[in-house]
Design a protein. Structure first.
Length: 153
């Protein structure tokens, strides 16, 4: 188990599980959150508060709006087999979008592995890449904004 300054009562956590085993998960935090000097990871990186992320990871000033939530701490368990990964990723995105809509979000912003940007296109999701490609923990990442469809069907 791991937690940081962004694990606050304002955040919500999504987990994909099977038989009591967590396969994937993520954290949703409103971009309006504030906990001490911290807000959300992307904005805090721009403000120079995070050593692990560059301040230029986004092409514009990080948004602060009740309809925009940040997805962070996204993971898929290492032991999820390659043949199941796409299905687990799809379940995670489905549950994330359902939860975000319930919370009043129409957009989700987040730092994601670059290959996920291509994968979201394959799923037909409306994701706009809004930042430079950066390396974090030996993985190439980009900031993307997922625009949620108003229609739930």
């Amino acid at each position: 188990m791991e937690y940081d300054q962004y694990d606050t009562p304002a955040s919500r956590w999504i987990a994909v599980h099977e038989g009591g085993r967590v396969l994937a998960g993520l954290r949703l935090t409103p971009t309006t959150a504030q906990c001490g000097v911290y807000s959300d990871m992307i904005r805090d990186a721009q403000r120079g508060l995070l050593d692990a992320l560059p301040s230029n990871l986004l092409n514009y000033e990080a948004p602060v709006a009740s309809h925009i939530w940040e997805a962070s701490r996204v993971f898929i368990a290492n032991d999820v087999s390659e043949d199941r990964r796409a299905r687990v990723q799809s379940s995670l995105v489905t549950e994330m979008t359902k939860a975000a809509r319930t919370l009043g979000a129409s957009q989700i912003i987040g730092l994601m592995p670059s290959q996920w940007a291509r994968w979201t296109e394959y799923l037909g999701l409306d994701v706009e890449v809004v930042g430079l490609e950066i390396e974090v923990d030996d993985v190439l990442n980009k900031v993307g904004v997922l625009k949620l469809a108003l229609n739930l069907h």
